[in-house]
Design a binder for this molecule. Structure first.
Ligand SMILES: Cc1cc2nc3c(=O)[nH]c(=O)nc-3n(C[C@H](O)[C@H](O)[C@H](O)COP(=O)(O)O)c2cc1C
Length: 372
């Protein structure tokens, strides 16, 4: 019997040949000025060749103020960036898949920014946890400045202008990164957002900046350009976080976003499995609730490389599409392996090293050449 993940699906205006997307994964392999490299072209092309029906890129910074998070992170803030991304979108399209650019503002979780030494967030609250060694950081996070209205307006403009540049670079859409503890999630989170203006207080107010970003992108790019939003309860610096108001808060967040008409919601499960982060009180799942409340297609994430979990999530109506992160790094041809019943390689943390040279792209190319 055909695995349900291999059936076609529509996501916004995108026709997907199956329900398997590559989850956004930072590979910090751009040039120091944020320009994507030729190795990144090989890396992204491999997923399309391997049968993924949608490639979502790594988080890409959106302005020359506070948005950059890591060294060698790609940007989409200059003509040079646009031209280099064009190589990647052309390669992925030639291999048969659409590609969506993830737009990311790191906010208080920036650990390298060539444009400033200062970090910025909704309030001057020092982030929990420690900087991430895999992105060259160590020790505690600095205390961010509390963003002024002018800073917020500039960040929103950065998202909108980046989306317009993404369209120019040949992307089929953008995904607004409002998950995993970065800027928009810092606004969404009760303990990092202590503001008493229209962005603080209720869950609807805390979600309103993400909604504003989606609206600003729509205004710049029009309705025939796919715009998704990625949300999560867990964060790279706080795997235990859950939305305090449970299902009620989730409903408020989802409906606040649905009002501005994104094409899809993508619920991430950073550092944990879907079943652990998605289950809310009463047995309802966060992804299933998002579908019910918004009527939008929902991408589920977290351990979807397990074919049994993947089948359950789709067959029981918890999501429309699945995104795969570590399982895709281990198996860039995961969809083809699933279709042909071939064994799946297990993810090994070593596969991430060394990030800045994208050893993967080279290894995959050598393997493809050897088998040709
Ligand atoms: C190396 C690596 C980099 C990641 N970078 C990003 C990122 O740039 N944006 C994002 O939203 N999530 C990022 N994530 C989280 C993944 O998209 C995904 O949510 C997580 O790995 C759980 O899914 P999985 O069980 O399929 O791996 C990253 C994960 C890994 C392993």
């Amino acid at each position: 019997m055909t695995h349900p993940a291999l059936r076609p699906e529509r996501l916004g205006g995108l026709e997907l040949t199956n329900r398997l997307a590559v989850s956004p994964m930072s590979r910090v392999s751009a040039a120091p000025d944020g320009t994507p490299t030729a190795e990144m072209t090989d890396y992204y092309r491999a997923y399309a060749q391997g049968g993924f029906s949608l490639v979502i890129t790594e988080g890409t910074y959106t302005d020359t103020r506070y948005s950059q998070g890591y060294p060698n992170q790609p940007g989409i803030v200059s003509d040079r960036h646009v031209a280099a991304w064009r190589e990647i979108t052309d390669a992925v399209h030639a291999a048969g898949s659409p590609i969506v650019l993830q737009l990311m503002h790191a906010g208080a979780l920036s650990q390298a920014n060539r444009h400033t030494d200062v970090t910025a967030g909704p309030s001057a609250v020092t982030p929990r946890g420690q900087k991430m060694p895999e992105y060259g950081g160590h020790g505690p996070w600095p205390q961010p400045i509390a963003m002024s209205q002018d800073d917020i307006d500039a960040a929103v403009r950065g998202f909108a202008e980046s989306a317009a540049r993404a369209r120019q670079a040949g992307f089929d859409g953008v995904e607004v990164h409002a998950a995993n503890g970065y800027l928009l999630d810092q606004f969404l989170t009760d303990y990092t957002n202590l503001r008493d203006d229209r962005y603080g207080g209720s869950a609807a107010n805390r979600a309103s900046l993400t909604a504003e970003v989606v609206s600003a992108i729509r205004e710049r790019t029009g309705h025939d350009f796919c715009v998704g939003v990625r949300l999560s309860q867990t964060k790279v610096n706080d795997f235990r976080h859950r939305w305090a108001g449970g299902a009620r808060e989730a409903e408020t967040i989802f409906s606040t976003l649905a009002e501005v008409g994104p094409d899809y919601l993508h619920i991430a499960s950073e550092g944990r499995d879907w079943i652990e982060t998605a289950t809310l009180e009463g047995g309802i799942t966060i992804t299933g609730l998002a579908r019910k409340v918004t009527g939008l297609p929902v991408i589920a994430n977290g351990g979807m490389h397990d074919p049994r979990q993947a089948a359950t999530v789709l067959e029981d109506g918890h999501a429309d599409v699945l995104s795969i992160g570590r399982g895709a790094l281990a198996n860039p041809d995961f969809p083809r392996r699933l279709a042909e019943g071939l064994p799946l390689a297990a993810f090994d943390h070593e596969m991430l090293q060394p990030m800045a040279t994208l050893s993967h792209a080279r290894l995959w190319r050598q393997a493809a050449e050897a088998s040709a």
